[in-house]
Design a protein around this ligand. Structure first.
Ligand SMILES: NC(=O)c1ccc[n+]([C@@H]2O[C@H](COP(=O)([O-])OP(=O)(O)OC[C@H]3O[C@@H](n4cnc5c(N)ncnc54)[C@H](O)[C@@H]3O)[C@@H](O)[C@H]2O)c1
Ligand SMILES: [Zn+2]
Ligand SMILES: [Zn+2]
Length: 349
């Protein structure tokens, strides 16, 4: 079958992958569509270290093809969106509703794929850039059949991370002020999360002026090409600043833009050894810096919620999809994403 494989040197679209059958508690999914998130590109450029060879992709939707022993919540033919959290469901963190903190869901890449005679790793417990993938039952969330799979694909990372950061981690309240630095696939979902939460001022900052229209469409009340201008709009600072690029100088700016009691939420992923600095005194007035993994999401609940909000017209998914390519054109999608020409480029199988 086809898939996008990174071997440590180059990315290739191959057609000689195989995937094993689902074991007990697993689901085999035929991927219909998958979004290209910056984190996939970060594996290729080394920002996110990952063992190779690896099948990329971690934001996808498709149709259940087979289920392993003990799986009853989905059946062949069901439409599903996939999460990247292969959490255990039985530990104390899972039990208290924090599956993103499950220790069994971090840093144990499986190798369900084979190419030639060698095993191939699965990225983010997912590998949505493959015609078929095997995931744990907890990762497959049934969605209504009337949601186009090219749109549903984006729930699995961009929406869970961005909207989740607003609702679950920052807990933005009605009337709050929000600044979003970087309005790519993640930042746009922070913007629409802020709108859902009832934020009053929502300032989008993106170095690329071409992002203004889409940022406003997703809920920005103002748009700037540099965070330097934020104080003109919010003289006392912001209640919440979300860094959605992954650059340490922007993390510093996020902290410096906080109002009293404000919080900087770090979503961008800089290189693993990057250090950021801030004035300790600048945090004195009850300010916080918050990390956030995957929107602090609970996928079975949140994916179903976002699917329903989409059907009610309250959450935008179709508008995130600015380009759709067959998987063979991965390089086109990559070029568009790197040039900042798309909200999301989606690959189809
Ligand atoms: N925390 C998590 O769980 C999580 C999940 C998914 C992605 N991420 C990370 O989030 C980040 C964003 O991902 P994405 O898919 O939205 O990326 P993207 O490439 O779609 O968007 C990045 C945006 O940042 C803008 N930008 C670049 N440099 C800038 C600057 N100096 N000032 C202002 N804007 C600038 C670009 O124009 C672009 O619009 C990446 O670092 C990714 O790895 C984190
Ligand atoms: Zn992602
Ligand atoms: Zn667990």
């Amino acid at each position: 079958m086809r898939g996008v494989v990174f071997d440590g040197r180059r990315v290739q679209v191959v057609d000689d992958l195989t995937v094993r059958q689902p074991g007990p508690g697993e689901v085999l999914v035929a991927i219909a569509a998958a979004g290209l998130c910056h984190s996939d590109l970060s594996v290729v450029d080394g920002t996110i270290p990952f063992p190779v060879p690896v099948v990329l992709g971690h934001e996808g939707a498709g149709i259940v093809e087979a289920v392993g022993v003990g799986v009853t919540h989905v059946a062949p033919g069901d439409h599903v969106a996939l999460s990247t959290l292969a959490h255990c469901g039985t530990c104390a963190d899972c039990d208290r509703g924090r599956p993103t903190m499950c220790r069994r869901a971090i840093g144990r890449p499986a190798k369900p794929f084979t190419r030639g005679t060698g095993p191939v790793h699965q990225f983010a417990a997912n590998s949505a850039f493959a015609e078929r993938t095997v995931v744990k039952a907890v990762q497959a969330v049934r969605i209504p059949r009337d949601i186009p799979l090219t749109s549903a694909a984006l729930i699995g990372c961009g929406v869970l991370t961005g909207v989740g950061a607003v609702l679950n981690r920052a807990r933005v309240d009605q009337g709050d002020s929000v600044v979003v630095i970087g309005t790519g696939g993640i930042g746009l979902n922070v913007l629409q999360g802020a709108r859902l939460a009832g934020a009053l001022a929502v300032v989008a900052v993106d170095a690329n002026p071409a992002k203004e229209a889409v940022a406003r469409q997703f809920g920005a009340t103002d748009f700037l090409t540099s965070a330097d201008g934020v104080r003109d709009l919010l003289p006392t600072g912001a209640d919440h600043v979300f860094e959605c690029v992954g650059r340490v100088e922007l993390i510093r700016q996020a902290v410096d833009l906080l109002d009293r009691g404000g919080q900087a939420v770090l979503l961008g992923v800089p290189p693993a050894t990057a250090e950021a600095s801030f004035l300790v005194s600048s945090l004195y007035l009850d300010k916080s810096v918050l990390g956030c993994r995957y929107g602090s999401s609970r996928p079975q609940r949140d994916i179903a919620l976002y699917a329903e909000l989409y059907r009610q017209g309250r959450l935008m998914l179709d508008e995130l999809v600015t380009a759709v390519h067959p998987v063979e054109d991965f390089e086109k999608a990559r070029a568009q994403a790197e040039a900042g020409r798309v909200a999301r480029a989606v690959l189809t199988f």
